[in-house]
Design a protein around this ligand. Structure first.
Ligand code: XMP
Length: 319
């Protein structure tokens, strides 16, 4: 794609010009935007860049390992991986209100990010994978439970406190253009195709109280569901697909025994920007196979339901 090749070269010059011999830190989330930003900046300025990956313990199965494998092992980009799951899950203990969950996670994220940035001696610049819709959204989006959308990826207040200037090489791009740029930069297709994942992670997919046990059960069910979607060739038709672990136990029967386990809800939507969405119309037989797999493969779940709500009136996430 010649336009993206040209864009890449132009951005690399711009970054070099802006940064000079300064040091840059970039927060990685495991998502497409921050990954593309990091790889682009690394092409421009090499080891003047350090990435910081704050692992809040609310990621999906295998996600933290994938981030480390890609950035540290494959790209050789200096990467700080801070496992802060004890801190996050400790502070979330007993928290049930969705907005309190978001605020707690946002506050801790900034705190941990700042600690790690100080440990490496700070930097002159903070890089972020801000896209054009984020630039627009931050001034015009109001209402609903997602007012704080993306708020914690953008480490608000930190640049001023640490006297850093922002580097935002994607701020003129839409999501599909970021994906093209990612291909131009040679990022793995699996990373480029990824569905969006909310900053608060699995915290908002465990309605009510969060426990390590519930998170473990949810991770397994979610992995089975996504594997089935991928194998059916449906992943790219869907905007987001994920499992939710409901705070409800119901009775079931397995072998000669009665079970009393959690209900898992499956969600899949199509959308162009996340602002409106339609439920994905899976074939009933597909859902039946996924339900059977989840119940057989995931201890702790004995019932699976599918969410037929579009947005509006529903939101994509359950919290
Ligand atoms: P809702 O649930 O509001 O979600 O329909 C719309 C899109 O936003 C994502 N989302 C979030 N992303 N922090 C984020 O970074 C959040 O607090 C948050 N809440 C929702 C959601 O996954 C969907 O893509």
């Amino acid at each position: 794609d010649w336009t993206m090749a040209a864009f890449r070269d132009a951005e690399i010059s711009k970054i070099r010009h802006q940064v000079g011999s300064g040091r840059v830190i970039c927060g990685l989330s495991g998502g497409v935007d921050s990954s593309v930003a990091a790889v682009l900046i690394h092409e421009a300025i090499g080891d003047q860049l350090t990435c910081i990956f704050v692992d809040h313990g609310l990621l999906r199965q295998g996600e933290a390992e994938q981030v480390v494998a890609l950035f540290r092992d494959h790209y050789n980009i200096p990467l700080v991986h801070r496992d802060a799951s004890d801190l996050f899950l400790g502070q979330l203990d007993g928290v049930t209100d969705p907005e309190v969950k978001r605020k707690t996670i946002g506050r801790l994220f900034i705190q941990v990010f700042e600690e790690e940035a100080k440990k490496i001696g700070g930097a002159d610049f903070l890089a972020q994978g801000t896209l054009y819709p984020d630039v627009i959204e931050s001034v015009s989006f109001t209402g609903g439970p997602s007012v704080t959308i993306k708020s914690h990826h953008n480490v608000g207040g930190l640049p001023e406190r640490m006297n850093m200037k922002l580097v935002e090489p994607l701020r003129e791009l839409f999501k599909d253009e970021v994906r093209k740029l990612g291909r131009e930069l040679g990022l793995p297709e699996k990373m480029i195709r990824r569905h969006p994942f909310p900053g608060p992670g699995l915290a908002i997919r465990v309605p009510g109280e969060i426990t390590r046990e519930k998170l473990d059960i949810l991770r397994k069910a979610d992995a089975v569901y996504l594997d089935a979607i991928d194998k059916a060739g449906l992943y790219d038709e869907i905007w987001q697909a994920f499992a939710v672990l409901l705070p409800v136990k119901t009775v079931g029967v397995m072998g000669d025994g009665r079970t009393y386990d959690y209900v898992c809800a499956l969600r899949a939507v199509t959308s162009t920007d996340g602002m409106t969405a339609d439920f994905y119309p899976f074939e009933p037989a597909f859902l039946g196979r996924v339900a059977t797999r989840i119940i057989n493969e995931v201890k702790g779940i004995n019932r699976v339901v599918y969410d037929y709500t579009s947005k509006p009136p529903g939101t994509i996430e359950w919290e």
